[in-house]
Design a protein around this ligand. Structure first.
Ligand code: KIV
Length: 263
């Protein structure tokens, strides 16, 4: 059964913890979907992880559409969340609706955008248009130029600001809120204060769900990775070793063998 926003609300009510993972291609999306991952985020982290940009800021709407469509083609039951890239929703709520609609038309079941009270109007207009919206607070990578080198957000009085942002996103209609790189105590405080599920990434164990970037989880991203990353595999070594063995086999005449040849 396809995952819906009602499922997330029920999981929060039942205090059932859940996960979200990023995905950028159809093949990986299918694997994750079959593994039972309920939420696939086509994050604008595709900029760093697939396209080789230094930040998410250069990602365009067209790029977001291509990768969202690919993931949607691979997913069966998982909810596919398309990310609104930098510049696609800030100018006006009308533009946000227009671009969110484009993501839905290529297969997204929901969209995500960054920012709290400053994004509330756009969230309201998108939800009125029938598009489920996920919020994103804390360290929001599209604001890297504004935040500078300070990654952890919400220490001290800024915590109250983030709580006010979370309440504003809920009021505007967000069905879930990602909390990134904030103190664990603040993650719990916001999670307890809002009725919608929170999904943490570096926001402590008190959040309703947890999200990781797939390349971090699989051990593909080079060091240094943020403190919150836990690697569940070491694909960097696996890929390097496979490529080296292939080259050795060819050099030594072991590949292709008789079983790999056509006659
Ligand atoms: O783009 C992304 O991958 C994200 C996650 C870090 C939540 O926004």
């Amino acid at each position: 059964m396809p995952v819906t926003t009602a499922d997330l609300a029920a999981w929060k009510q039942r205090r059932e913890r859940f996960v979200m993972l990023t995905a950028y291609d159809a093949l990986t999306a299918r694997v994750l979907d079959e593994a039972g991952v309920p939420l696939l985020l086509v994050g604008d982290s595709l900029g760093n992880n697939v396209l080789g940009y230094d930040t998410t800021i250069p990602v365009t709407m067209e790029e977001s559409l291509i990768f969202t469509a690919a993931v949607a083609r691979g997913a069966r039951n998982a909810m596919v969340v398309g990310d609104l890239p930098f510049g696609s929703y800030q100018a006006s709520a009308a533009e946000a609706v227009r671009n969110a609609t484009r993501l839905v038309k290529v297969g997204a079941n929901a969209v995500k955008l960054e920012g709290g009270r400053r994004s509330a109007k756009a969230v309201g207009r998108m939800t009125q248009a029938g598009i489920p919206v996920m919020g994103h607070l804390g360290f929001t990578p599209q604001s890297a130029n504004a935040f500078g080198r300070r990654v952890v957000r919400g220490r001290g009085e800024e915590g109250d600001e983030l709580l006010a942002d979370a309440l504003a996103l809920q009021e505007a209609g967000c069905f879930a809120i990602v909390l990134e790189a904030i103190p664990a105590e603040l993650g719990t405080r916001i999670t307890d204060a809002v009725e919608v599920p929170t999904i943490g990434i570096g926001a402590g164990p008190g959040c309703d769900g947890q999200v990781l970037v797939i390349t971090d989880l699989l051990g593909l991203t080079p060091d240094p990775t943020p403190r919150f990353v836990k690697r569940y595999a070491d694909l960097r070594s696996t890929i390097a070793e496979a490529a080296t063995r292939f080259a050795k086999d060819v050099a030594e005449g072991h590949y292709p063998g008789p079983e790999h040849q056509y006659h």
